[in-house]
Design a protein around this ligand. Structure first.
Ligand code: SAM
Length: 222
């Protein structure tokens, strides 16, 4: 994918990506396939950033909202050894992810659900699911707030909640990056989401201009 990104200088990104190492040859191949098929998966520099976060948090249980073809779910499983639960709304892509996870031999570690991120998370809670140590939100940008509110119900003090693409190729920062106004709703909702996580009394949040922009929030209290 070669979209213009305004968050970091492309030369800086290229330099950072020089340090990228795939978690396994199989994941490298899955990344290549997703990029060829134009499936949006986590950027290399985002993955690089998550590597350190995983080493710090040492999660045993990870919740992901937005599976796509299962790349990041497989990455989380391989890199951290955690049990991963991932939710995807699109039926076809959910089935592709399921078959990718099976092919990677990760079916015992990754549970895949098809449905809306908020609804499925609440169903898990009602079914008595244990709290997660790390939550990764990477789905429909205009719904991040409801995904986060649902994820908070399956969190504990110390849970880290990461939301990807919050700077949306800098469109969140300035309307000048959306001259046609096509992304107005996503932009407004992402701005509201960022304010929400910064102001939330139970969260300590930082914004990282890495990849397409990440919020990293730590749950202080429930
Ligand atoms: C950016 S992709 C996820 C990429 C994936 N996390 C990775 O890095 O390999 C976003 C995915 O979220 C899914 N999605 C959109 N709305 C959703 C919703 N309400 N609930 C769950 N998934 C949703 C989309 O169908 C899409 O496959």
């Amino acid at each position: 994918m070669n979209k213009t990104r305004h968050i970091t200088n492309p030369q800086v990104t290229e330099y950072m990506n020089g340090f990228y190492k795939a978690a396994s040859p199989e994941l490298d191949e899955l990344r290549r396939q997703a990029e060829t098929d134009d499936v949006p998966i986590i950027l290399k520099e985002t993955e690089d950033y998550l590597n350190t976060l995983l080493a710090m948090v040492k999660p045993k249980r990870i919740l992901e909202i937005g599976t796509a073809v299962g790349y990041s779910a497989a990455y989380f499983a391989v890199k951290s050894g955690a049990a991963v639960v991932t939710i995807e709304k699109g039926e076809d892509v959910h089935l592709t992810a399921k078959s990718n996870i099976e092919e990677l031999g990760l079916s015992g570690q990754v549970r895949l659900y098809c449905g809306d991120g908020e609804e499925e998370t609440l169903k898990l809670m009602e079914a008595g699911e244990e709290a997660f140590d790390l939550v990764f939100i990477d789905a429909a940008k205009s719904h991040y707030k409801r995904f986060l509110d649902a994820a908070l119900k399956l969190s504990h003090p110390g849970t880290v909640i990461v939301a990807d693409n919050v700077l949306f190729q800098a469109k969140t920062v300035s309307d000048e990056y959306d001259p046609s106004g096509k992304h107005k709703t996503n932009i407004r909702r992402l701005r509201e989401f960022i304010e929400y996580v910064y102001d939330h009394p139970a969260l300590e949040t930082s914004l990282a201009a890495c990849g397409d922009g990440l919020t990293i929030s730590v749950v202080k209290e429930i």
